[in-house]
Ligand binder design. Structure first.
Ligand SMILES: Cc1cc2nc3c(=O)[nH]c(=O)nc-3n(C[C@H](O)[C@H](O)[C@H](O)COP(=O)(O)OP(=O)(O)OC[C@H]3O[C@@H](n4cnc5c(N)ncnc54)[C@H](O)[C@@H]3O)c2cc1C
Length: 428
């Protein structure tokens, strides 16, 4: 079978590319997806009246173009919500972001955070070489030791000095030194960060986006895992069949894609330079009344999870009346055992996130093998080399995993649109 555009992966990026090609009148394409259902990480699971996303999946819409696509796809099925996020550390419950709410800390920790700020003035003015230096220069040693180091070491599974600084700016709020100091004395109502409010579908979870996209595109093959790619012959083996193409769009995780290449040892070798931090998710449905929160960061080493979110808080349609649901995110690959479930429940109870009066109705595990692209010293030059070389074969990589980057659903939707336009205008 021959198509002009072959799209590998039916997650949000692949589906958005297909959707926008169709809008441009280009119907000679095919999306190949290995799972029974398309959607990738944006899929929702619907079970006994509950809607579970793949951990938390909230829409952070920062561009008019992103908002426009989401409105096209969801119409009025969208609500806007304020963030209620906290950091639970020791016995403190600190509003997010930690560095702008020092007043919520015990006096000794608060003082150490303020003292740490003084040393910033003496720090060299050269650009920080790694994430540890970046944190120390932005927040000082006290905040680094109390939150930034333990939280990020837990989340990324490596020391902050092993990470680069390229990814931080959009994701980590940086109050001024004056604002940090002031936050030790008094509460502030200033809204911080890219996610101080967010959007979420009223019904269907974030999978509502997938449902809308899949009903508007014509050429999607699910249950069709890609097993081999020949860039020279422009062929792809998938689901026991061979497909030929003019242009290839890859949204599979870049190292997976590079390992599927036939007779391209130099490109395949690049895969070993790309690292990811997996995430294991424990989803729980309970009968009872939840505390009001959006999500809680848990940096303490003794807690098995790094973040817990209230899935049912994002929409009243995510859980039946009188019940609620939480997603618990654990760093790395965690074996789902009854002992681990008990450890998680104990920690949730001890933190007051769930109550002893609540009745557990359901629970299940999810494993996300490539969840966080690790920005180590190899990442950027390896991705640049791979993507540049692949383009010379008319192969374009897109999305959080195809382009191997730290990005969100809005960017998947936008990249799909810009790739469709690029293919339409320049390539096809
Ligand atoms: C823990 C976590 C929380 C997140 N929270 C948010 C959030 O709150 N808000 C937000 O905007 N974004 C969030 N994201 C990011 C968001 O999930 C991604 O940006 C987006 O879903 C990426 O879509 P994609 O299509 O690029 O990749 P994917 O969703 O990974 O899609 C890739 C597709 O390729 C398929 N595939 C893989 N291998 C093969 C093969 N061999 N053959 C055929 N198909 C294959 C997969 O099955 C999948 O369907 C989060 C991500 C994680 C990990």
């Amino acid at each position: 079978m021959h198509v002009k555009t072959l799209i590998l992966g039916g997650g949000l990026t692949g589906l958005s590319t297909a959707y926008h090609l169709e809008k441009l009148g280009q119907t000679d394409y095919l999306v190949l997806e290995k799972e029974r259902q398309a959607g990738g990480l944006c899929r929702s699971v619907y079970k006994n009246g509950f809607t579970f996303d793949c951990s938390g999946h909230l829409l952070h819409l920062h561009t008019p173009q992103g908002k426009k696509i989401v409105r096209e796809l969801l119409g009025t099925n969208l609500r806007r919500m304020p963030r209620r996020a906290f950091i639970y550390t020791g016995h403190s419950q600190v509003p997010f972001p930690f560095q702008a709410h020092l007043y919520a800390l015990p006096p000794d920790v608060r003082q150490a955070c303020v003292d740490g700020l003084l040393a910033i003035r003496q720090a060299p003015k050269t650009a920080p070489k790694n994430f540890e230096q970046w944190c120390l220069r932005a927040f000082g040693k006290g905040i680094y030791n109390a939150f930034m180091r333990p939280y990020n070491t837990k989340l990324w599974g490596r020391a902050p000095r092993e990470l680069t600084t390229e990814w931080c700016t959009p994701f980590i709020p940086t109050p001024s030194m004056q604002e940090i100091k002031q936050s030790a004395r008094q509460k502030s109502t200033k809204k911080w960060g890219y996610n101080s409010f967010f959007y979420y579908p009223k019904t269907g979870g974030c999978g509502a986006l997938v449902t809308s996209l899949t009903t508007q595109i014509s050429h999607l093959k699910t249950n069709t895992p890609v097993t081999q790619i020949d860039l020279t012959k422009k062929t792809v083996r998938a689901g026991g069949k061979t497909f030929t193409y003019d242009v290839l769009v890859n949204t599979l995780p870049l190292p997976v894609f590079l390992r599927l290449l036939k007779n391209a040892p130099a490109l395949t070798a690049l895969a070993s330079k790309l690292s990811a931090q997996p995430v294991t998710v424990y989803q729980v449905a309970l009968r009872g009344r939840p505390r009001p929160f959006s999500w809680i960061y848990c940096p303490d080493e003794k807690d098995p999870f790094y973040r817990v979110g209230l899935q049912s808080g994002f929409s009243p349609n995510n859980a039946p009346k009188g019940t609620y649901s939480v997603y618990v995110e654990l760093p790395g690959r965690v074996r789902p055992t009854p002992a681990k479930e008990r450890q998680i429940s104990r920690a949730l109870l001890q933190k007051g996130i769930i109550s002893t009066y609540d009745e557990k109705l359901d629970s299940f595990w999810q494993y996300l093998p490539y969840a966080y692209v690790v920005y180590d010293t190899f990442r950027t030059r390896t991705v640049f080399r791979a993507l540049q070389s692949l383009e010379s074969y008319h192969c374009f990589c897109a999305g959080r995993y195809g382009a191997w980057e730290y990005s969100f659903m809005e960017s998947s939707l936008l990249q799909g649109k810009s790739f469709a336009k690029k293919l339409y205008n320049e390539v096809l």
